[in-house]
Design a protein around this ligand. Structure first.
Ligand code: NAD
Length: 241
C-alpha cells in the first residue's frame, strides 16, 4: 500500500498492536503522529523513516486530545488517517467490579475515541479526505470477566457505524476486531484466560501485531475506497462458528 505524503495519527502507538501499526504506516510512506500516555513510547519514532511526532497525553482527557491534535496540525497542517488504538482492560466479574474500574475502561476505550473523532473529523471534512480505523476486539460480543471491556468495545463498533453514516462521503470509518494477539496486554492476562482463548482458535496460534497492522493499512488506504461502517474480524477464525 502506498501512503506516501499521508499524515497518520495513532493513539497508543508506542506498544504492541499500536507500535506495529505506526511502523507499517511509516514504512508505507506516511508521517506518523504517535499519541501515547507513556513517555517511553517516544522511542518508536526514532526508527521511523519519515518525519514524525510524538505527543504524550491521555485519550480520555479532552484537553490532552485537543493539545495533541493542535500540535499535529501545527507540524503537518493536515491529518488524513486516524487510528483509535489505545485501550486498557481491568478484568473482574461484574458483581465485583468497582465503579472506578467500569469508568476507567469506558473512558479510555470508548470516550477517548469519541473525543478524538470529534476533534479530527471536522479537520478531515475541511480537507475533503479522511480514513478512521477503530481497534475494537472480538470481546465486543461479551466475554466472561470483561463487562467493562466488552461494553467499551461494543460501543466502539456502534460509534464506528454512527460516525460512518455522519461523516460520509469524505471520510470512511471502519473497525477491526482482533482476536488474541501477542502483545504486552495479552501476555499480562492470567494463564487461564490465555488458555481459554488458545483452545478456541481454529488457526491454533495467537496473532501477531503485524497481522492487525496489515488490516489497518487496508482501511487507511484507497484500497478500501468504497468500504465504510464495517467490522473486520482478524482472529484466526476464533469467532467463526
Ligand atoms: P498495549 O498495552 O501493548 O498497548 C496499548 C498502548 O496504549 C500503550 O502504549 C499504552 O501506553 C497506550 N495507552 C493506554 N492508555 C492510554 C491512554 N489513556 N491514553 C493514551 N494512550 C494510552 O495493548 P495492545 O495489546 O497493543 O492493544 C492495543 C489495542 O488492541 C487495544 O485497544 C486493545 O483493546 C486491542 N486489542 C488487543 C488484543 C490483544 O490480544 N492484545 C485483542 C483485541 C483487541
Amino acid at each position: 500500500m502506498d501512503l506516501k505524503g499521508k499524515i497518520a495519527f495513532v493513539t497508543g502507538g508506542g506498544s504492541g498492536i499500536g507500535a506495529a501499526i505506526s511502523k507499517q504506516l511509516d514504512q508505507a510512506g506516511a508521517s506518523v503522529v504517535v499519541f501515547d500516555l507513556n513517555e517511553e513510547a517516544k522511542e518508536i519514532t526514532r526508527s521511523f523513516e519519515n518525519e514524525s511526532l510524538f505527543t504524550k497525553g491521555n485519550v480520555a482527557k479532552s484537553e490532552d486530545v485537543n493539545r495533541a491534535v493542535e500540535e499535529a496540525m501545527n507540524k503537518f497542517g493536515r491529518i488524513d488517517i486516524l487510528v483509535n488504538n489505545a485501550g486498557i482492560f481491568r478484568d473482574k466479574k461484574l458483581v465485583d467490579m468497582s465503579e472506578e474500574e467500569w469508568n476507567g475502561v469506558l473512558d479510555v476505550n470508548l470516550k477517548g475515541a469519541f473525543l478524538i473523532i470529534k476533534k479530527i473529523a471536522p479537520l478531515m471534512k475541511q480537507s475533503g479526505y479522511g480514513k478512521i480505523v477503530n481497534i475494537s476486539s472480538v470481546s465486543h460480543k461479551g466475554n466472561f470477566g470483561q463487562a467493562n471491556y466488552s461494553a467499551s468495545k461494543a460501543g466502539l463498533v456502534s460509534l464506528t457505524n454512527t460516525a460512518a453514516l455522519e461523516l460520509a462521503p469524505e471520510i470512511t470509518v471502519n473497525s477491526i476486531a482482533p482476536g488474541s494477539i501477542d502483545t504486552p496486554l495479552f501476555r499480562s492476562m492470567d494463564e487461564k484466560g490465555k488458555e481459554k482463548f488458545l483452545k478456541k482458535i481454529p488457526m491454533k496460534r495467537v496473532g501477531q501485531p503485524e497481522e492487525i497492522a496489515q488490516a489497518v493499512l487496508f482501511f487507511s488506504s484507497d484500497a478500501s475506497s468504497y468500504v465504510t461502517g464495517t467490522l473486520l474480524e482478524v482472529d484466526g477464525g476464533l469467532t467463526t462458528g
